[in-house]
Design a protein around this ligand. Sequence first.
Ligand code: DGY
Length: 321
Amino acid sequence: MVAKIVVTQPVHAEQLQRLRDAGHEVVALDSPRGLSPEELVDAAADADALLSQLTDKLTGDVFARTRLTIVATIATGFDNIDVAAANTAKTIVTRTPDVLTDATADLAMTLMLSVARQIPRSDADTRAHGTGPFQLLREPMGIDISGATLGIVGLGRIGEALAHRAHFGFGMTIRYTARSSHPAAEERFGASRLPLGQLLAESDVVSLHAPLNDETRHLINRETLKLMKPTAILINTGRGPLVNEKDLAEALRSGEIAGAGLDVFENEPDVHPDLLAVGHRTVLTPHIGSATAKTRLAMTSLAVDNILAVLAGDPPLTPVG
Ligand code: DGY
């Protein structure tokens, strides 16, 4: 059958060609931003498949007012999709896990090192003033990552890939929180599972990898930030709303914690002005965890594989749930 596939935002052209080569009609909207529920309903009213991204708002209304067979999101996180409504509407939802694990864990490690060694500040100082003479007591003085304790909140694929890098590459001690214990990780990394409060209190670096849901929203807030060491660094490459940004900015401003490396924000595309004002104790990047050429292509390709499989009557490769 010839299916109609709506593509919400720009993706790799050769991947769209794969859909056309399979005989399908492709409507590429090329929106420069995510689509609202109303825009999605209009665009996908008579579509069979949607190739979407994490900024598209796939509410219950979208599923109730379309007849989509599949929504393939080019992301591993799916907090922008009302999966219960999709199930009711019998729309299959797929995502792109695994292919972005390494790139995202690499960025978490990069942010950790950048904050600890204040790389953006040193770069800016060097460009503005040159290196000056070597000075033993030159500021900014860094924080050691090697041998430090890393607390991982959510030991899924990305958390585990970070544990691997941190433990074997940097000799870090690994602590984690998770719903259930991970005996294999405990054996591999000597990791121990702790309640959140204890993990926050004992860690030199805390890295967030939990999915965003009602339980995890604002997991990091005024109260939980108080539990962290004044020398600690917070890293977030997961989802922005895991953190109350205003509370974090205040904790950074007052020296309650030492620094933060953030790739995701509570109200993307906006960044809380108080966080911007914190200056050199934060390193901010624009949601680029998976942004390597190879990884982004693999994500699009996997999403397209899912659409082709489902439209051919086969099971989805990487369904949500
Ligand atoms: C995801 O896949 O969920 C990331 O946030 C974007 O790569």
